[in-house]
Design a protein around this ligand. Structure first.
Ligand code: MSP
Length: 644
């Protein structure tokens, strides 16, 4: 079977956040689970780079749109690298291959007839409320009043009138209803399917597919002063990436061949585009629609929606730095039910990590291997007969394939608990003292090692590194599809080096520590300072303060200074100029996480050299336990703005 699987392509208006990571990790885990079953999978992700927003951001930064897109696309790629994401293709909508593919699709659309016999694409006039951040016209009843505010972006929409091309979606309602109810277009979870069907029942409106005022996009051949609507451009990526423009065999193999699944993972805010617009466009162009759309839930933090403005964010880089990719992947997929909204807290991360990974899984692996080292000379003991042994491998893999990641992982962890309990029940340390029980002990330990090996196989889609390390400790390579059967460990084979898998997160390493540290503590003796706080310096005159030229600076690029643990070289945008500044923040921030951030800068310090690199200013930061925490602004501020 052949499987096509995609994430949405992410907007480059900002650096990646945890919502993006969530979908991409899910797609990666699903790909790995399917490959374990020997299936042929194509996993696509990428970036959505056109549109008015990008024009605006690039203008504010004083760089070209392409340069901006290049930088942010790179930040996405770096994060996927750090998270062990192994996609087959990263598509960018500014690639020529994509442009050619979109134009090919478009040329088919303009020739197509809608089901009612009229032209599928026609010229018309549009007037409505347009949200430049969604890059979409909004229905009046969607807007929050007063002020016609977009509910997703909390900014006012603009009343817009335009002469554009339209796509006759209204004529595809019957076809869409039929595709969805027949299951040819499967939408999961069911509540989302019902939601889409009710949109169809309410009546579908034609939508405009070109834009007159936008320049950063793909020009419409019939009207070169228009660009294609960014959603038509973006959705097309799913076929252009397969080489649709050039008749690449990949396109036949993973899409138009109609085998297996053509699955899009999406968020609930982009259902309309993926479940209505996109299938209808493909159908109009004479291509197969997707066969399945899976709508994931939204993550909130501490019960509130994620928002940069309010600072309620989950920084994937910070999590990665502290806990590594496996723990982040595991937590995101285990904690919430994929397809339902769920709430993130730092405390839940620590609890889940310590309970599942450090205690249950980590202990099982270390106990099993240590006992084999001790009682069997660090070699795989003689095995128990394979007959009668069965492991619900297929059931777990089927859960993965159904995108029930938390269910699959819960099943595996339940096995881990049973295995841990079996050690307590059998008491190998007692058997080891009795030479008459040698065979029994070997059989038990062999079984335990097999248990460990199969656990590693089954967590490998989510925790590929840990799985690889467990295999290395077992003295073998893998895991791969050949490892799916019971009894593959060869008696007599030496084990590898035993090492700790997931050391517990101790209180001092906890993420939420910052929040826990009291600023003032009534129980403290008079004169004592809260830990880490220094007494306030002597007072100064305002004239002295006025000597400082403090400015908002936006970080354009960041790289570690080779040979230094703390120093990062930054290029910052000061509105009127770009400066090089050196900041001692590398132990708290990954360079790629800094790009795009707006910080406070002392702009009139004399230049100084740090590790031989010239610094023309100083970035302000709070020092928490010796680590830098950068300042943030409450609202959007232009680079160069004075801070007083
Ligand atoms: N560029 C479009 C997609 C075009 S696909 C042809 C887009 N990009 S996005 O970067 O804004 O969002 C990508 C995805 O992230 C969406 O599916 C969105 O639902 C998802 N998420 C954004 N915030 C999220 C959470 N807080 N939680 C889970 N998913 C989140 O839309």
């Amino acid at each position: 079977m052949r499987y096509f699987l995609s994430t949405p392509i992410y907007y480059v208006n900002d650096v990646p956040h945890v919502g993006h990571a969530y979908t991409t990790i899910a797609a990666d885990a699903l790909t790995r689970a399917r490959r374990l079953r020997g299936q042929d999978v194509f996993f696509l992700t990428g970036t959505d780079e056109h549109g008015q927003n990008i024009e605006r951001i690039a203008r504010d930064k004083g760089i070209s749109e392409q340069e901006h897109c290049d930088r942010i696309a790179e930040v996405f790629k770096q994060l996927w690298e750090r998270l062990d994401i192994r996609y087959d293709r990263f598509i960018r909508t500014t690639e020529d291959l994509h442009r050619r593919g979109v134009l090919r699709l478009w040329s088919r659309l303009v020739q197509a007839r809608a089901p009612d016999g009229t032209d599928a694409v026609y010229r018309g006039k549009y007037a409505g409320w347009y949200c430049p951040r969604c890059e979409a016209f909004k229905d009046e009843d969607e807007l929050r009043q007063p002020g016609n505010v977009c509910p997703d972006h909390e900014r006012p929409c603009e009343w817009t009138e335009e002469e554009n091309f339209f796509f006759r979606l209204s004529s595809y309602a019957g076809w869409l209803r039929d595709a969805i109810t027949s299951g040819r277009l499967r939408i999961d979870p069911e509540v989302r399917r019902n939601e889409v069907l009710s949109l169809v029942e309410q009546g579908l409106k034609d939508f405009s597919v070109s834009r007159a005022r936008v320049k950063w996009g793909i020009p419409v051949p019939e009207q070169p002063d228009h660009v294609l609507y960014v959603w038509v451009d973006a959705l097309s990526n799913y076929v252009t990436a397969l080489g649709y423009a050039d008749g690449d065999p990949l396109f036949g193999r993973y899409w138009q061949g109609g085998e297996g699944e053509r699955l899009h993972l999406i968020g609930k805010d982009i259902i309309r585009f993926h479940c209505l617009y996109w299938p209808a466009i493909l159908h109009a162009a004479g291509l197969l629609p997707p066969s399945r759309e899976f709508v994931q839930g939204h993550i909130t933090k501490n019960g509130r929606r994620l928002s940069k403005t309010t600072g309620n964010v989950i920084d994937p880089h910070a999590l990665l730095e502290r806990h590594g990719p496996d723990a982040v992947r595991y937590f995101l997929l285990r904690e919430g039910v994929y397809g339902q909204d769920w709430d993130y807290t730092d405390a839940a991360f620590v609890t889940r990590f310590n309970a599942d990974l450090a205690n249950d899984l980590g202990n099982l692996v270390s106990r099993a291997l240590t006992m084999v080292a001790k009682y069997c000379d660090a070699k795989v003991p003689r095995g128990a007969p394979a007959a009668g042994r069965s492991w619900p491998l297929e059931a777990v893999l089927a859960r993965y394939e159904d995108l029930d990641f938390s269910g699959a992982l819960a099943d595996v962890m339940a096995r881990v608990s049973v295995a841990n309990q079996s050690i307590v029940n059998f008491e190998p340390w007692v058997a080891a003292k009795d030479p008459a029980r040698r065979q029994e002990l070997d059989a038990f330990l062999y079984e335990l090692l097999e248990e460990v090996r199969l656990v590693a196989v089954l967590v490998s889609p989510v925790m590929p590194r840990a799985a690889g390390r467990i295999f290395a400790m077992l003295g073998t390579e893998g895991p791969g599809p050949a490892d799916l059967a019971w009894g593959r460990l060869q008696p007599g084979r030496p084990l590898g080096q035993i090492e700790p898998l997931f050391p517990r997160i101790e209180k001092k390493d906890r993420i939420e520590k910052k929040e826990e540290t009291p600023v003032t503590d009534a129980s403290m003796p008079a004169g004592a300072q809260p830990a880490g706080d220094a007494p306030v310096e002597p007072r100064i005159d305002i004239a002295e303060f006025a000597k400082l030229d403090l400015r908002v600076a936006q970080i354009q690029s960041a790289e570690k200074i080779p040979g230094s643990k703390k120093l990062i070289r930054l290029q910052v945008d000061l509105g009127t100029e770009t400066r090089q500044v050196v900041a001692g923040i590398a132990d708290a921030y990954a360079p790629e996480a800094l790009v795009g951030k707006k910080v406070a800068l002392v702009a009139n310090l004399k230049p100084a050299k740090l590790m031989g690199v010239e610094s023309n200013g100083m970035v302000l930061a709070a020092s928490v336990d010796g680590k830098a925490v950068l300042t943030a602004f409450d609202a959007d501020v232009a680079p160069g703005t004075k801070i007083k």
